[in-house]
Design a binder for this molecule. Structure first.
Ligand code: ATP
Ligand code: MG
Length: 634
């Protein structure tokens, strides 16, 4: 890796650690090619065509009809032109004066010219409709992926293979671009091939099997090439995923200060280049295998093609075929060969694209299974209580539960504070209360109804959540507050929420008022400070006026004035709803009716501030630590 590290860096300090090579489990490294034989591959083509047509049909029937119709006309034009060529060849190569021969061939020549003209126009029309279908097909496939990602249950993101399946689906949607072009080219070549075969078979029945034999090796070669490419693509998917993630971090303006201030640029560029090289090496090893497959196919193809030309020569020399017919046969063989090669090439390409489309389809289908259940029990409106009963929740890749047998009841009108050390399970508990995760054991009940049996969307319609890592949404200031909620004609409610979090001054300074885009990456956009973003996240919740408010460290970035105002506000709005707030600043818990102290996934203590602060337990210890800045040094 020295060449990547750079000599100077290697001389002055120990080498950077290499990026981890994530080993994928065997079941995920299998590309679809490994599961099918060549025959199965060939037989999947009609299914792929049907699938593409169905997708395109849903988008624009007229364009599909134009594409197919124009393609058929194009094919018929080619067939007519070829058949007319055969007819023109007999007088042209026959006896008599040149003018006499041309005169005799004239009707056939006119047919050739008209058929070729009509064919060109039809081809143009087919390409036009493909051009119109292509972007919409890609968008439809892409939107399906995005919508699946927006709707799958939260726990789907915990499955290690989910992000890879997602990446494969994205590749599939991008490949739709190629797919529709392949469909058009495949159809066009197939129709012309059928025409040439028809003419050839009429000339001599022996020509057909010989021709098929001539082109078969290149077909097998193209399949092998596609197979290797997909295998390499699949093998590289984890690395590509990690690199994509890192690329976002490295190029995001949001992290540019950390990259520079912590002098990370050298390491990050080394990391990026090393991983890219690893991916390239795998791709290059595939290229070698592809070359070998192509060379073998070329040798066999050459032999078989010699056989085809030999047969034609033998038929002519032995007098089994006249010279005029042989000349037409040469033309038909060339047309057939060209189109047969195209059919095989585009079939392989179609198949190749279909593998990616298969990944896309599989992801969309699987994501359906990952949608939250529709619910069999009606959701209570404005619940009086949320009960957590002996809830246990373990993350998939962990041995120890994050929430381990927690029971508690939250009541309407009550403000409950949750605290505990990092990793004690606070955020996980808030996700269980709101149906974002379902406990592995135990229950979460909203007014006695098991949340796992309610349509969770109805639960979420009633919750307002400031999550620990909330979004800095690249939309307008107004949309950042309303975010999908019903909007009124005036902005009164927006300003009410903005006022509540003390952001009026900052919002009034925005160059285009509430229409200003909150993203510096966007033209005319501005950004906010960390604490201001947190105030916006809180304003979002207040705008919703939900029956259940859950805030996970909502003031961690706020100044004392903002924090003070926020907790006062929570106290004020608490009477009409169930309010839960996670905080590390213990003084904040004074406003709470009840405090839950979490420790290693369990409730270690609960009570009021006055009870716990002298309770001799974890709360007292943490409280005293928060006051102790005695300067004794570390
Ligand atoms: N997505 C995840 N996958 C695996 N483990 C996770 C995941 N999220 C959290 N955990 C683990 O679950 C445990 C509880 O995490 P949780 O986020 O609930 O803690 P927390 O009390 O909110 O901590 P903090 O104060 O740092 O926010 C921790 O051990 C954490 O490492
Ligand atoms: Mg947390």
């Amino acid at each position: 890796m020295k060449s990547v590290q750079g000599d100077e860096q290697a001389r002055t300090r120990p080498p950077y650690p290499e990026p981890v090579d994530i080993e994928r489990k065997a079941q995920w490294t299998k590309s679809a090619f490994d599961q099918y034989g060549v025959w199965q591959l060939v037989t999947t083509i009609p299914a792929v065509l049907t699938q593409v047509f169905k997708m395109a049909w849903r988008i624009d029937r007229r364009d599909v009809l134009v594409m197919v119709g124009a393609q058929v006309v194009y094919g018929i034009g080619s067939a007519v032109a070829l058949a007319a060529t055969a007819r023109a060849m007999v007088p042209v190569l026959g006896s008599g004066s040149v003018s006499h021969r041309v005169h005799q061939a004239l009707p056939a020549l006119v047919v050739i010219a008209v058929a070729a003209g009509v064919g060109r126009v039809a081809y143009g029309l087919a390409s036009w409709s493909v051009g119109r279908l292509k972007p919409r097909l890609m968008t439809a496939a892409d939107v399906a992926v995005v919508e699946a990602m927006l709707r799958v249950e939260l726990s789907a993101f915990l499955r290690p293979e989910f992000s890879e399946e997602h990446e494969a689906a994205e590749t599939g949607s991008v490949r739709c671009d190629r797919l529709i072009y392949d469909v058009q080219s495949f159809m066009s070549a197939l129709i012309k091939l059928v025409a040439a075969f028809g003419v050839l078979t009429a000339l001599h029945p022996l020509m057909l099997p010989v021709l098929v034999l001539a082109v078969l090796p290149s077909g097998v070669g193209a399949m092998a090439e596609a197979r290797i490419e997909h295998q390499v693509h699949t093998a590289n998917s984890t690395g590509r995923n990690v690199r994509g993630m890192m690329r976002w971090h490295v190029t995001a303006g949001k992290l540019a200060d950390e990259v520079r201030g912590m002098s990370m640029a050298g390491y990050l560029s080394y990391w990026y280049r090393t991983l890219s090289k690893r991916l390239d090496d795998r791709t290059l090893s595939g290229a070698g295998r592809q070359l070998r497959a192509n060379l073998v196919a070329a040798v066999f193809g050459g032999l078989c093609l010699s056989l085809a030309w030999g047969t034609l020569l033998w038929l002519t020399v032995s007098g089994r075929m006249s010279l005029a017919i042989a000349a037409t046969a040469v033309l038909a063989v060339r047309t057939a060969l060209g189109n047969l090669t195209n059919v095989v090439h585009y079939a392989a390409s179609l198949f190749h694209s279909s593998l990616f489309l298969g990944d896309w389809k599989q992801f969309i289908e699987r994501s359906q299974a990952l949608m939250p259940a529709a619910g069999t029990v009606p959701a209570p409106r404005e619940p009086e209580t949320i009960q957590v009963r002996d809830a246990v929740f373990t993350y998939p890749n962990k041995d120890r539960p994050a929430v381990d047998g927690v029971s508690l009841t939250l009541r309407r009108g009550e403000l409950v504070a949750v605290l505990g050390e990092n990793g004690s399970g606070k955020s996980t508990l808030t996700r269980l209360m709101t149906g974002l995760y379902t406990p592995d054991k135990g229950q979460v009940l909203w007014d006695g109804a098991d949340v796992s049996r309610i349509d969770v969307n109805e639960v979420w319609e009633q919750t307002g959540f400031v999550t620990q890592q909330f979004g800095y949404w690249p939309v307008s200031a107004r949309d950042n507050i309303t975010m999908g909620q019903p909007v009124t004609l005036d902005d009164d409610r927006v300003w009410e929420a903005v006022d509540a979090v003390g952001m009026r001054g900052a919002f009034e300074e925005l160059p285009r008022g509430l229409d200003t885009l909150l993203a510096t990456e966007l033209w005319g956009g501005v950004s906010m400070s960390g604490g201001q973003w947190q105030r916006i996240a809180c304003a979002r919740v207040l705008y919703r006026r939900p029956a259940v408010v859950v805030m996970d460290e909502p003031t961690s970035d706020m100044d004392p004035r903002g924090e003070h105002a926020m907790f006062r506000l929570l106290r004020e709005i608490a009477p009409g709803r169930i309010t839960v707030v996670v905080t590390h600043r213990l003084i904040n818990t004074k406003v709470a009716d009840r405090i839950i102290v979490m420790d290693k996934g369990r409730i270690a203590e609960h009570g009021t501030f006055d009870q716990l602060v002298k309770g001799g337990g974890l709360f007292q210890e943490l409280y005293e630590l928060s006051l102790d800045r005695g300067g004794r040094g570390l």
